[in-house]
Design a binder for this molecule. Structure first.
Ligand code: NDP
Ligand code: MG
Length: 381
């Protein structure tokens, strides 16, 4: 029995994690759930999965929900509450499925508490990978990737000598705007950007896929997870999202992981520590697919990808600036305050102004995040 705590249980990854729990009641027990404000869904999850601790980050919503909880469960709130869920004694594994840099502190605290991490929250690795990876090693904690590409790489490396890895081929769908040129993206609407061809995901990552900033974040994520130089990572468009990523070894051999675009597979693979367990769902039908295509990404149109390589090479606080500028700009785009192309130009602007601080600690990372937000606010009237 694996006792799990899910940070972000009402989201796309969180609900699919609970689908796996529901289908495998003998293998998993939910001990804690954390959300920001979705009280109605949380109440249903409490009733079904009976955790002993829940966090509602938003304090007003937490006050509101208190009397509606019938079960015997402790309710906590805010960052302290989120961290309580991350370090709860009874958990063996924490599923990091909150969106954004809010995940940085809880993920680090969970590792300090010796919890294995099924990690979807890529923003924490992008901004604090230099803290998270050595800490996990020191605490003998497993970081199991949930992101489909990183799960694919992890699966392809299984049983291999890591030193024989020469290159990572990180695949991308290209998102809803694949093949378009910059000038064609000036007036795209929020609805167009949310219309992902292959994957159904939370709003923020769906916009990140449209800008290809998601792939930029994933390049940095892969660098940390697999201890690989950024220059050994090649991004390749694979529009059908059938090949989830590949690795090339020193002898020229390439191993790929394939499957239907279904996040439950990488989530389950992480939850079972890489054990293969039956998963219901469609199987790939190669005769029906008939062909798999590849394309080079277009770095001029999808500038976010190019900027990610720059940020990764500069290191220190620059990936935080890249990520924080993106988080803020995506929120503004979703709120229809800025245009689609303004997302990546905001990232570029913020990176241009920033002087890198090397090897930042958590407080520095989070204060740079706040500085970026105020700078963006001050830029525009
Ligand atoms: P969603 O927006 O669907 O869900 C986010 C979850 O985090 C919700 O449960 C939300 O609660 C919760 N949350 C947000 N802020 C807080 C907070 N301050 N305190 C506590 N909980 C909070 O996101 P996704 O599931 O799409 O993505 C989650 C992470 O996984 C992201 O880092 C994303 O990049 C990564 N990922 C996602 C994939 C996908 O298929 N969705 C694929 C690969 C990676 P509430 O509902 O109350 O707002
Ligand atoms: Mg991914």
């Amino acid at each position: 029995m694996n006792n799990i705590s899910i940070l972000g249980s009402t989201g796309s990854i969180g609900t699919q994690t609970l689908d796996i729990v529901r289908d495998n009641p003998d293998d998993f027990n939910v001990v804690a759930l954390a959300v920001r404000s979705n009280a109605d869904m949380l109440l249903k999850q409490i009733e079904e999965f009976k955790p002993s601790l829940v966090c509602v980050y938003d304090e007003a919503v937490a006050v509101d929900i208190k009397d509606r909880i019938k079960e015997d469960v402790t309710l906590v709130t805010g960052m302290d509450g989120l961290i309580e869920c991350a370090v709860i004694d009874s958990a063996d594994m924490v599923v990091g499925a909150v969106v954004g840099m809010i995940g940085v502190r809880p993920v680090i605290e969970a590792i300090k508490a010796g919890k294995d991490i099924a990690l979807a929250n890529k923003e924490s690795l992008v901004t604090a990978g230099h803290i998270i990876m050595p800490l996990a090693e020191e605490k003998n904690v497993s970081i199991l990737p949930v992101d489909s590409e990183h799960s694919a790489i992890y699966q392809a490396l299984h049983g291999e000598n890591r030193k024989a890895l020469s290159k990572i081929l990180l695949t991308a769908s290209g998102g809803p705007f694949r093949g378009r040129k910059r000038e064609e993206l000036v007036n795209v609407k929020v609805e167009d950007a949310l219309n992902h061809p292959n994957w159904s995901m939370g709003k923020k990552i769906t916009i990140d896929s449209a800008t290809m900033v998601n792939k930029g974040l994933e390049v940095m994520e892969a660098g940390w997870l697999f201890d690989t130089d950024i220059d050994n990572i090649q991004v390749l468009i694979q529009p059908q999202s059938v090949i989830h990523s590949m690795v090339e070894f020193v002898d020229g051999s390439i191993i790929a992981q394939l499957g239907t675009p279904d996040m439950r597979l990488p989530i389950q693979y992480a939850m079972y520590y890489g054990q293969r367990v039956y998963l219901k769902g469609d199987r790939l039908d190669f005769a029906a697919i008939s062909h798999i295509d590849f394309e080079e990404p277009d770095p001029e149109t999808f500038e976010g990808l190019k900027l990610a390589f720059e940020a990764a090479k500069l290191g220190g606080t620059m990936p935080t600036v890249y990520n924080a500028a993106n988080e803020y700009a995506v929120a503004k785009f979703l709120n229809r305050e800025i245009g689609f192309l303004d997302i990546t130009s905001t990232i570029r602007n913020m990176m241009d102004r920033h002087i890198v601080i090397a090897d930042p600690d958590v407080d520095t990372i989070l204060s740079v995040e706040q500085d970026v937000y105020s700078m963006i606010n001050n830029m525009k009237g």
